[in-house]
Design a protein around this ligand. Sequence first.
Ligand SMILES: Nc1nc2c(ncn2[C@@H]2O[C@H](COP(=O)(O)OP(=O)(O)OP(=O)(O)O)[C@@H](O)[C@H]2O)c(=O)[nH]1
Ligand SMILES: [Mg+2]
Length: 699
Amino acid sequence: MKVYDASTIRNVAIVGHSGAGKTQLVTAMLFDAGMVNRLGKVDDGTTITDFDEEEVTRKHTLSSSVAFAEWKKTKINLIDTPGIGNFLSDTRAAMRVADAAVIVVDAVAGVEVQTEKVWEIAQDLGLPCLVVLNLLDRERASLDRSLASLREAFGRTIVPIQLPIGTEKDFHGCVDLVAMTSATFAADDSGNVTLGNIPPELNDAATTARETLIEMVAEADDELMEQFFSSGTLTQEELERGLRSATLSRQMCPLVCTSAQSNVGVQNLLDAVCTYLPSAADRPLAAIDRKSGEPVTCDARDDAPYAAFVWKTIADPFAGRITLFRVAAGTITADSSVYNITKDAAERLGSLAIMQGKTQHSVPHVKAGDLGAVPKLKETQTGDTLTDKSSNVVFAPIAFAEPVLSYAIEPKSRGDEEKISSSLQRLQEEDPTLRYTRDAQTKQLLLAGQGQVHIEVTVAKLKRRFSVEVNLKLPRIPYRETITVSTEAHGRHKKQTGGHGQFGDCKIRVEPLARGEDFAFANELFGGSIPRQFVPAVEKGIHEEREKGYLAGYPMVDFRVTLYDGQYHSVDSNEMSFRMAGRLAFKDAMSKARPTLLEPIMNVEVYAPSDFAGDLMGDLNGRRGRIGGMETRGASTLIRAQVPMAEMLTYEQLLTSATGGRGSYHMEFSHYDEVPSHLHGKIIAAARAERGEEVETED
Ligand SMILES: Nc1nc2c(ncn2[C@@H]2O[C@H](COP(=O)(O)OP(=O)(O)OP(=O)(O)O)[C@@H](O)[C@H]2O)c(=O)[nH]1
Ligand SMILES: [Mg+2]
């Protein structure tokens, strides 16, 4: 394996909506570059990057993976990412270590909900983008319609640098608008290519499209603009150079045309990646100065001290933990020691590898700008920085999404609890968006994640990888409780039992805090009414009660407790007594502070053909949703709304049946809000029933 310098490496994240053909495209690129000798297919489970059994079965990417193609003296690191919304955090992590995003778009559907999501992430990260219009061989595929929806969503920066030759089933090649040549491909998926002139019937269209392209490129660069004015055009060399720099500065986003399934246009895509996208040397990795906290950058220089960013961890049941990193600067060498500055721990590296899907290719070192992997690190987790102890630079940790939904789970065989905990702990290492807890009251095991698919996939992994089987019970809405008015309260615990008695007495004030502020405890005692050492006991008692909730057993949040007075007894007072007093005071407070229920509200974005927009908005209103906006995207409409989570549990089914499968949506936690009072009774009754408590009836 040749060693590549940063300037000859392209790190690209292949991103886009599920089903756009990302995995198929990566497989075709690997085949065309001669990395594998057979064109694998998603439908046969023979791709390089969907290797997990669960991915093969579902025919969807569930976790990012890396492969590399050597193409024209360049090493292209391809990170295939999941397009299913539940796994967006994983896609975001991959984009953190990429120098560019290749956004794959379905030429039939145009822009979809995840297309917008990845575009937003690319924008946040300042990533140059290349759009691949894929599935051009499908019925109703169209460059014009797709381009219209892309431009409506992302503006006119999106510019074709190719035109498709042939439509739908007959799509078999592309016109290169920069070189004004054509490439046509054999009909047998072999990728055998014939280069030639532009077919006469496309001459006019190509000339017009090239003029548009030239104007855009000239607009982006003063020097080229002058050149354009004086000579009326640009040379091919100028066009290429101008297009590259406009792409790097995000003023333009070139669009190319492919069919990944039939291996058409894939080699042109490889060329475009090399020609127009930044190398690892062009984009220093964003970092943070440890002292000032200010953003800085880290140049991909080989001769600099080593610095690497851990962007992913794989929990392999056989090989153990595999840590994936990007070397930002310097060189990481096998059989050496590195320092994990995030964890303040030294790590011993054994063998190093670069990944080709699931296969590890052993390498002696990984240089600046490249992506590497190392098995069996002890302390290192996703988001950590490996660098010298004295280094001033660290990389910002990855922001993983908070869980959206939680399910109660139940082991199929008794006694499997231990195994479930340890297996889930392993899975959490590779998937930080997963949470696993035990409900303090019901003792139920709760598994929280990004949505139904995420939870189902996790349960399937438990079974396949760790041989533990669980039943999924109904999803649980993580309600909270809070108070609505301030009040004062009193708790006294007093017991006389033969010898030593028990005595604790405290007075507290409770007051509501703003949403999201959780809980605060303040001590305003003076004059020693309660000795200092007992204050933590009062706080502990209050904590215990607040975790248990008051109305329906959900944790109480967004309020402050101030301890302002109390009494003690020199012999009978002890920690236990004050803990009890705290609990009693809390209960007293809740009986007066008009507690209420809070529910999670979700940000929802729905994408569907515009014909369905009216019905879908009506439906969202019916789910207590608040419509925040509506935008057209070509023939589709994007609806933004905020909807209580409790109303969204059945949304997937509705959307599929209402739109014949042509709608998609994305949902993220937004905030907590009060539950309307008419729904309280139902929620409280359900919570009590779940705990097996008697349901009280009010007469
Ligand atoms: N006709 C046709 N089918 C394609 C093409 N590209 C991919 N497919 C098929 O479309 C389906 C989805 O392709 P994938 O490559 O798995 O899509 P993806 O974008 O990776 O999807 P996720 O992993 O869920 O994000 C598979 O059945 C592919 O065989 C194409 O260019 N033409
Ligand atoms: Mg995929």
